[in-house]
Design a protein around this ligand. Structure first.
Ligand SMILES: Cc1cc2nc3c(=O)[nH]c(=O)nc-3n(C[C@H](O)[C@H](O)[C@H](O)COP(=O)(O)O)c2cc1C
Length: 356
């Protein structure tokens, strides 16, 4: 499970360790924690617990933490169990404890706002449903601000509600949200941005999504409606160009599923040309390839999901060129404290060293 960092010599100027400003977010390094659903809000309120505070506190060395996808209202809840929300006062109070710890430890943390949509329902959302959804995002964004977050990220990636609206094969609406499939995202961005002064809102997109991104997808019959092609990529080009007009802190891109140890840098370069603001790259990066994409000027920061699950001190390990550990998939979405707050920091096996 241990991956050896290639670069073990001292390098005081690793590109990932240089400070960067994303809108109004000032980061001491470019090592971002990607949002990861961990399903640990095991209480009726769907509120984060002190285990969440400990988990994010352990990772406060990140240039920026993007906290896990969080429900914007009771109506937006998807089929994942024990995912927290940010729509009730109890949840706001509980998240305040998390942001308090991260800030006390010198970190910065934004919250990913998530609407799962309902993949099992073919019922088209009514105009009233859509208006309520937009209002929910606005209220959740305001709640995140009150809970002490430094900003929010809109989850427009994956196969969830906003991405479903963007998808030409799934959005068959005849009204204004069908003729302009990106309208819902822009309305949500506007509502969520209203809670903040300046640029504290990020948008996450996954234009290259294919069946490889969803291992559980049914591969037996029918067309998988999400496979990226030239048409959908052209749609995303237009969308990203328009995002330039919005007050974003950053664009967070999940790139194609890597086919080897090195992510496809050209896939990110496409958006570097289209988007004027800061870009966070994600999917399959490690310290080496993360440095390279920042050094090439294609990304401003890189986000790490699985590496941050398994290496709470990821920034320290990068700084010192130490090896990184792999995460245990069995505890990604369950397991309580196990596989959540018990990944060790370097040096490993301190008790063994005590006897030295
Ligand atoms: C356990 C787990 C949970 C995830 N939850 C989320 C999530 O809540 N929101 C999101 O946008 N992406 C989520 N992702 C996707 C990651 O943010 C990231 O795109 C993916 O793991 C690839 O990055 P990596 O190669 O650094 O792991 C999740 C991934 C994993 C492994």
């Amino acid at each position: 499970m241990i991956r050896q960092e290639q670069r073990s010599e001292w390098d005081g100027d690793r590109a990932l360790l240089r400070p960067v400003t994303l809108g109004d977010l000032r980061l001491p390094n470019r090592v971002v924690m990607a949002p990861v659903t961990r399903c640990r809000a095991t209480n009726d309120d769907l509120a984060p617990t002190d285990l969440h505070a400990a988990y994010y506190g352990q990772r406060a060395g990140a240039g920026l933490i993007i906290a896990e996808g969080t429900w914007t209202s009771e109506r937006t809840i998807g089929f994942y169990p024990n995912v927290p929300g940010v729509y009730s006062e109890r949840q706001v109070a509980a998240w305040s404890r998390v942001t308090h710890v991260v800030h006390a430890l010198g970190g910065r943390i934004v919250l990913q706002l998530w609407h799962a949509g309902d993949p099992r329902s073919d019922r088209e959302m009514t105009v009233a449903d859509i208006e309520r959804t937009i209002a929910d995002f606005g209220a959740a964004s305001e709640n995140a601000r009150r809970a002490g977050f430094d900003g929010v990220e809109i989850a427009a990636n994956g196969t969830h509600l906003i991405a479903r609206f963007l998808n030409p094969r799934l959005n068959r609406r005849a009204d204004g949200h069908g003729t302009r499939r990106d309208r819902l995202l822009f309305e949500i961005v506007e509502a969520a941005a209203a809670a903040w002064e300046g640029r504290r809102l990020g948008v996450r997109l996954s234009p290259y999504w294919t069946i490889d991104d969803e291992p559980s997808a049914d591969r037996r019959g029918g067309d998988y409606p999400w496979n990226a092609d030239e048409r959908t990529l052209a749609d995303y080009d237009a969308l990203v160009a328009e995002l330039n007009e919005r007050p974003l802190a950053y664009l967070h891109l999940r790139g194609p599923a890597p086919r080897g140890p090195v992510p496809d840098v050209d896939a990110f370069a496409r958006y570097r040309k289209l988007f004027d603001g800061p870009l966070i790259a994600n999917h399959g990066f490690d310290g080496e390839t993360g440095d390279a994409i920042v050094e090439a000027g294609i990304a401003d920061a890189v986000s790490f999901a699985r590496l941050f699950i398994a290496n709470p001190d990821l920034v320290g390990r990068f700084a010192l060129g130490h090896e990184t550990a792999g995460s245990d998939p069995d505890t990604h979405y369950s397991g309580g404290a196990r596989g959540y707050v018990d990944y060790p920091t370097w040096p490993l096996g301190v008790s063994a060293m005590r006897s030295m």
